[in-house]
Design a protein around this ligand. Structure first.
Ligand code: CDP
Length: 700
């Protein structure tokens, strides 16, 4: 550019902007770069945006006694990892840092109690208001609607009948339509209902059949299931459907028993305290401060209280879920036991819901800010072969976690409950993008045992270093307030071994020498030392990792999204001025290698977006460039499960299926998911929605 414009002429222009792809610039221009509200002229370039974010988030550290020059040095580090596209924080942080809108987090869970409004601000219409405030500034919200009494139930105050959770969800949905996020994007929601709820069948079908593409379009929905329920599914036994209505008779245990009965679960996650008693009573039990009762005892009480509406065969209920998910993609499942069993700060209460895409199981009122590392950037090629730049990765993780921790202090919270809950646990979610491209660059097909092994190892490395950073931060700035060194659950103690994942999915094979050597450094990590350090110095964040979909930030980084395979290699995009052919740049690089980069070939690929079936393509290309619908469901699941083992929050993933897959495939995937220890599961069968929005590389 000096050559074109003359040296020093373009002071505001930074060559780093040339790292950005055309699509990245389009997205940044449309939604991220700040404009003057009066003239609507742009007042920043992409580099100025990164600078704004870096400066704002580094400045927080002045409060912690850092000097001006130390803060400046941090700002440089933050700027560097973002401008080199090695790490990007989630959209609200990019958009809102240093502006009047102050929400910097993407994920929120808002409680909904069975009352219009409550003094604590968690009634139905209080939740609606909270949702609007969060959406207005770019956050996504999740709700567990299970506490609302089912339709037709009595309402004492008006002597009327209740309209039920699904009808209330419709109000949340319409409100979401009306309130656009920061005027820039539509809000997203997760609606959860637990499987014991008397209205569960209406919920399961609320987005399928004739309601598909019609109702609750701003919601992903998930059924909260328990181990207890899944075991009943396997055995084909009956489960009760319960009304959560509380009659609130003071001085009785009524509420308590109803509450416990509806969570007919094996609460083994409260391990430490109740293990012995669990043994004695056998099977699933409930716990209160003072005593433990068996499932049968609790159900007997619920029956006596009139809380059990009817019994249903668990297997047929499960089949209804499967049929609906096969039809429309909704509902997914949330594995509530697994979520709570592996929740590091389990002693703060039970988690019942997640944010919209499932990567953040959160307690009521908690929020979490995310950020993702671009894995593709850490593949290095030399004459001696390819390797992973582990040192560079560790260094990026260190500053990324620090930046995310600062977001908690820089955030302007829309409600005091959100501020309190968030600052109590200081959850942050460092995730990844560009896995598929990292694999291609290393020459490893996404649907191979080597790829799963690589996922497992990289996830472990990231977790280790993110956790280590959080200990370092605690040394400097103190632990999160709710930290309890003895009760804190170290999730690596419950990580399943790699071999277990293959066993469950019946995938055969062993990781090759090549991938073992690539990732050998990971085998040397010492987690017991990490635990000793945590106990000695404390921990800054109750969770550190989370795998988000990276729908937009992966476009900005110019890489594949999250841990997903490539979606399409080439496609035709219709825009106002005509038709354009777009081709994946990495794919184009490979075509060039084989001298296949001519328009005829590209046009042919664009017709289907894939090359798996294209016999004229070299085998290497066909294997490396398998797209989302060509990858067998087992491998989708395996990647999700591999990342979940080294993740203290959730892993967002869509199990893409071919359109001709039968409902049995969904059933198999859902059952396998439970055994693999993922926290939730979503499938999407190609063309199952009548108006499928082809958002290549962008998920719902
Ligand atoms: O790439 P980006 O940072 O924009 O977001 P993502 O990784 O695709 O999504 C992360 C989270 O942002 C989601 O799980 C939602 O909680 C939230 N989100 C939202 O509220 N509204 C959207 N339209 C997209 C995402």
């Amino acid at each position: 550019y000096n050559h074109v414009y003359g040296k020093g002429k373009w002071k505001d222009f930074d060559p780093k902007d040339l790292l950005l792809t055309y699509n990245a610039l389009k997205v940044l221009e449309a939604r991220y770069l700040l404009k003057d509200p009066n003239t609507l002229r742009y007042i920043e370039t992409p580099q100025m945006m990164f600078r704004r974010v870096a400066k704002y988030l580094a400045s927080v550290e002045l409060k912690y006694g850092k000097s001006e020059s130390e803060v400046k040095a941090l700002e440089e580090k933050f700027y560097e990892i973002m401008s080199n596209l090695r790490f990007l924080p989630n959209t609200p942080t990019l958009m809102n840092s240093g502006t009047r809108l102050g929400i910097l987090s993407a994920c929120f869970v808002i409680p909904v109690r069975d009352s219009m409004t409550t003094p604590e601000g968690d009634g139905i219409y209080d939740a609606l208001r909270a949702m609007a405030l969060v959406h207005q500034q770019g956050g996504g919200t999740g709700f567990d609607f299970s506490e609302l009494r089912p339709k037709g139930d009595v309402v004492a105050s008006t002597a009327g009948v209740a309209s039920g959770p699904v009808s209330f969800m419709k109000i949340f949905d319409v409100s979401t339509d009306v309130v656009k996020q920061g005027g820039k994007r539509r809000g997203a929601n997760m609606g959860v209902m637990h499987v014991w709820h008397a209205e569960i069948e209406d919920f399961i079908n609320s987005k399928s059949g004739k309601l598909k593409d019609v109702q609750l379009q701003n919601f992903n929905i998930s059924v909260g299931v328990y181990d207890y329920f899944m075991e009943k599914v396997e055995r084909g036994e009956e489960v009760p459907l319960i009304t959560p209505r509380k009659t609130r008779i003071p001085g009785t245990d009524h509420d308590y028993y109803i509450n416990k009965a509806r969570n007919y679960m094996s609460e083994e996650w409260v391990q430490e305290e109740i293990l012995n008693e669990l043994e004695e009573k056998g099977g699933a039990v409930w716990l209160d401060e003072s005593k433990i009762i068996t499932v049968d005892e609790a159900l007997a009480i619920a029956e006596k209280e009139g809380a059990i509406i009817r019994w249903i065969n668990a297997r047929s209920l499960f089949e209804e879920i499967v049929k609906s998910a096969w039809d429309s993609g909704d509902p997914g499942l949330l594995f509530i036991d697994e979520i709570n069993r592996r929740h590091p700060v389990w002693y703060l209460g039970k988690i019942n819901a997640t944010n919209p895409c499932g990567e953040e199981p959160l307690l009521p009122w908690e929020s979490c800010n995310l950020g993702s590392i671009n894995l593709e950037k850490f593949v290095k090629e030399t004459e001696n072969g390819k390797y992973i730049d582990w040192d560079g990765l560790a260094e990026t993780i260190k500053y990324a976690v620090r930046l995310l921790d600062n977001v908690i202090d820089a955030n302007k919270y829309p409600l005091k409950q959100i501020e309190q809950a968030t600052k109590n646990t200081r959850k942050v979610g460092l995730g990844v993008m560009g896995l598929a491209r990292m694999l291609i660059r290393l020459g490893i097909p996404y649907d191979s045992v080597d790829a799963i092994y690589l996922s497992y190892q990289v996830a472990k490395f990231i977790y280790y270093h993110a956790f280590k950073t959080s200990i370092e931060l605690a040394k400097e700035k103190g632990s999160f307030p709710a930290y309890d060194p003895l009760r804190y659950h170290d999730i690596w103690e419950s990580a399943r071994p790699f071999e277990y994942l293959l066993e469950v999915t019946k995938v055969e094979g062993k990781p090759s020498e090549y991938v073992r050597k690539l990732t050998a450094i990971v085998d040397k990590l010492d987690f017991s030392e990490l635990k000793a350090e945590r106990i000695k110095y404390g921990l800054r964040n109750s969770t550190v990792v989370s795998v988000a979909p990276t729908g937009t930030i992966s476009i900005i980084a110019g890489t594949s999204s999250s841990i997903e395979p490539l979606f399409a290699l080439a496609f035709i995009r219709n825009v106002a001025v005509g038709k354009f052919m777009e081709i994946d740049p990495l794919f184009l690089e490979y075509l060039r290698k084989y001298e296949l980069d001519n328009p005829e070939v590209v046009k042919k690929v664009a017709e289907t977006g894939t090359v798996g079936e294209n016999m004229f393509m070299p085998a290497t290309i066909r294997k490396l460039f398998r797209t989302a619908h060509e990858v067998p469901p087992e491998f989708h699941l395996l990647h999700q499960a591999a990342w979940q083992q080294w993740n203290d929050s959730g892993t967002s993933k869509t199990i893409n299926l071919r359109s001709e897959e039968p409902p049995e495939t969904v059933e198999r995937v859902y059952l396998m998911a439970w055994k693999l220890g993922v926290k939730g599961i979503t499938v999407y069968r190609d063309k199952s929605k009548s108006q499928q929005v082809i958002y290549f590389g962008i998920k719902k």
